[in-house]
Design a protein around this ligand. Structure first.
Ligand code: ZN
Length: 109
């Protein structure tokens, strides 16, 4: 009996599909293999989740390389940097004031 029932060895089916996902996304597979993996993804939610995650990750990386950072993210990063700058400015101002006070006290006595 040579029938390859996908449900007989679900684990190796999934391993195979996930192993090929990278080639799949690179478009490095033959049409036959692509159809095979698409079928598996349709039938196997866990593998589809892996695929979705990888695909999303690739999108993020692709966007990053094109330097098209989403507007919301850029604002958040800018705000965080500004916040840090304010903090360090505040710290150095406080230090200045402390030093000035010490100097004044030193002069008074
Ligand atoms: Zn699977």
């Amino acid at each position: 009996m040579k029938s390859k029932d996908a449900f007989e060895e679900p684990v190796s089916e999934c391993d195979d599909a996930i192993h090929r996902l990278y080639y799949f996304m690179d478009g490095a597979l033959t049409e036959d293999k692509r159809v095979q993996i698409k079928k598996h993804l349709d039938a196997c939610p866990p593998c589809l989740r892996v695929y979705d995650f990888e695909e999303e990750l690739r999108q993020v990386i692709a966007n990053h390389c094109q330097e098209t950072v989403p507007e919301g993210l850029r604002e958040r990063v800018a705000a965080a940097i500004e916040e840090e700058a304010k903090k360090s400015l505040h710290r150095s101002k406080a230090k200045e004031r402390r030093e000035a006070r010490q100097e004044a006290q030193g002069n008074a006595s």
